[in-house]
Design a protein around this ligand. Structure first.
Ligand code: ZN
Length: 137
């Protein structure tokens, strides 16, 4: 698995995720922010939505926002949480890893590996992944 160090574009994406969480943080309800960079150069953000029974993560909300604006190619994604006044980078959960493999296997995922912030392609974070056949025709 190839892990890469972050560059200034990655820092910009992390800052976008932090900013959306700063603006919308609500204990329990909205505790994670995510940002995606698309091939257009635009960044889209999202927050998690905690609810009874179904609680979408911030990543699918951000990806959905990008797709709703006509984007199709996600180049990079990151999610952050809030710990006091800090907004540390998170690792995507298993569901989000599958989502990324389905929709953006080449996208760079910025993630937290025991306190070390790295990036790698989404497909590297889910070895032996189930490959969804969308049969788009
Ligand atoms: Zn998730």
């Amino acid at each position: 698995m190839k892990f890469l160090p972050l560059d200034s574009e990655d820092q910009k994406l992390i800052e976008a995720a932090r900013e959306v969480l700063r603006r919308n943080y609500r204990p329990i309800r909205h505790t994670v922010g995510a940002a995606v960079l698309c091939s257009s150069g635009r960044i889209y953000t999202g927050i998690n939505i905690e609810a009874c029974g179904y609680s979408p993560c911030a990543e699918p909300i951000a990806i959905g926002a990008a797709f709703a604006h006509g984007e199709r190619d996600i180049l990079a994604i990151v999610a952050v949480c809030k710990r006091g006044n800090e907004y540390p980078v998170l690792s995507p959960c298993g569901n989000c890893r599958q989502l990324l493999v389905d929709y953006a296997p080449e996208a760079m995922v910025i993630f937290n590996d025991n306190g070390k912030i790295l990036k790698t392609q989404a497909r590297n974070l889910l070895p032996g992944a189930y490959i969804t056949d969308f049969d788009d025709g």
